[in-house]
Design a protein around this ligand. Structure first.
Ligand code: ADP
Ligand code: MG
Length: 479
């Protein structure tokens, strides 16, 4: 009997899994869905154009080999690409297919939308931003040197956005990621990353005009331009940029006139093959108060998010910063910092700076005590959040278990108990849902977490020693 598409893909995955690291497998192969198998052509669905290009660039040899292995020498692979990010939507109208090795066959189907540039545009109007006789315009890029790729620590939390940004910087306007739309909660590195892209473009192409502006600045400039009656100059100025980086676009919510003008600038630049890089606190679909036609353009390229960095990345960020500043901190203090502040890199840096400042000003040694005091002080002001990671660390340290064990499959009694306690405290002290807690404690479902909480409550009532554990732990978690 013939194998189905799922079976064929499963077999391919088995080979692929043995040939690349687990992390890469998880990032680049788990999200793929086999769709169909017809005439020896296996179609797989990938979440984005970027994803497709990445596979073609990095895994084409491996993919070819496995397909040949499974389907024989005339076996072929086709990609089905979900263009608007609604990956799970089976009725997605923007699914296109392309044979492997033929990148050019791909075109974003949404790009052919009519672009209207009817804004009172007159070529004769002189532009005060242009130096007469010169083609080049005098633009201060407003890039912050420190916010470079070198200083941006890579982790699973930012891998997609970072590599897309890097790709854009090698080839501005020429990749499928136009616009490149980067979104995340505050303090997770959006501004840093877009500066890094701008700096890298400048390094690669010194002649290109790069401009970083905040949405706030853009709005002010626009209001001034209208007031001073040089609205067209404003538009022309922006239309001459090669790489336009606009930060915190959510600030345009409800500002119809500025949205309108940005829409025209966007169209002009995009049509001319110039690069747009946009950041926001939400993905395009969730942005409120924004014109539909603008939102639809934000979806043309790639929308990539920055997530909360995992423990190792947080350690990496602290170490990099210390190294750059030429200062040292004991390893246990660094660890403590990385465990205690997990949801915001800006806060992490803030706490670090205040520990260093305290130690210099008051000639105190940097040790755990000082770190605890400072974090208490620092994080109190900014709503201290106890993280699941932190709870796991406290519980495991208490029972002398390696933290990894909580995430393992093992059913050893002491580990099950530690896992249940971590779940119980996570429910009590964090705002995370049962499902999220489960996910972070050994990939369990919400029912398991609920069961764990009940078990802990029962044991507190019936087992004196257990109650002591819980009380001790409670104190440690709340230091
Ligand atoms: P956002 O714009 O998302 O609010 P920022 O880009 O301002 O966040 O980042 C806040 C701080 O955290 C900055 O000082 C930035 O350098 C730092 N930061 C964030 N992510 C990273 C990272 N991956 N590596 C190094 N520093 C980072
Ligand atoms: Mg920012």
């Amino acid at each position: 009997m013939e194998n189905t598409h799922s079976e064929v893909w499963e077999n391919c995955l088995r080979i692929i899994r043995d040939n690349i690291s687990y992390q890469k497998f998880k990032t680049w192969f788990e999200p793929i869905k086999p769709v169909k198998l017809e005439d020896n052509v296996l179609t797989i669905q990938v979440p984005s154009q970027f994803f497709y290009e990445w596979l073609e660039e990095h895994y084409i040899t491996l993919l070819k080999k496995t397909i040949k292995n499974e389907l024989g020498s005339n076996g072929r692979l086709e990609y089905s690409i979900v263009m608007d990010g609604s990956y799970d939507n089976a009725n997605d109208p923007y699914t296109v297919t392309a044979p492997t090795g033929n990148k050019k066959a791909l075109k974003n189907p949404d790009v052919s939308m009519p672009i209207d540039l009817n804004q009172g545009k007159s070529k004769e109007i002189p532009n005060p931003f242009i130096i007469p006789g010169l083609k080049k315009i005098n633009v201060q890029s407003q890039l912050i040197e420190n916010y470079s790729f070198d200083n941006f620590v890579e982790g699973d939390c930012n891998r997609l956005a970072r590599s897309a940004g890097y790709a854009v910087a090698q080839n501005p306007g020429k990749t499928a990621f136009n616009p490149l739309f980067i979104y995340s909660a505050t303090g997770l590195g959006k501004t840093h990353l877009v500066h890094a892209i701008g700096i890298e473009v400048k390094n690669n192409f010194p002649d290109k005009t790069v401009l970083y502006v905040t949405t706030e600045q853009f709005m002010h400039q626009f209001v001034d331009a209208v007031r001073n009656n040089n609205h067209n100059d404003f538009i022309h100025f922006y239309q001459m940029i090669d790489v336009l980086i606009i930060d915190d676009i959510h600030g345009l919510a409800g500002k119809e006139k500025t949205q309108n003008v940005f829409f025209h600038i966007f169209n002009h630049l995009h049509q001319k093959g110039k690069q747009l890089i946009i950041t926001s606190d939400k993905p395009p679909v969730e942005l409120k108060g924004m014109e539909q036609r603008l939102l639809s353009r934000f979806k043309w390229g790639l929308a990539a998010d920055l997530q909360i960095p995992d423990f190792d990345t947080r350690m990496g960020i602290i170490k990099k910063k210390l190294y750059n500043d030429g200062v040292e901190m004991p390893a246990d203090v660094i660890e403590y910092l990385a465990y205690s502040i997990s949801t915001n890199v800006r806060e992490l840096e803030g706490a670090m700076v205040s520990i260093l400042a305290q130690s210099t000003l008051n000639k105190k040694a940097i040790n755990l005590d000082l770190a605890r005091q400072m974090i208490d002080k620092f994080v109190k002001n900014t709503s201290k959040e106890i993280s699941i990671d932190f709870i796991q660390k406290i519980v495991c340290d208490y029972f002398n278990l390696p933290v990894d064990m909580i995430n393992s499959k093992t059913r050893k009694r002491e580990i099950v108990q530690a896992r249940q306690l971590a779940m119980f405290f996570a429910k009590k002290h964090t705002k995370s849902s049962l499902a999220t807690i489960g996910l972070h404690c050994g990939n369990k479902d919400h029912a398991t977490v609920l069961h764990a909480c009940r078990t802990v409550i029962n044991l507190i009532e019936t087992d004196k020693q257990f109650r002591n554990y819980v009380e001790d732990l409670e104190k440690k978690i709340k230091i």
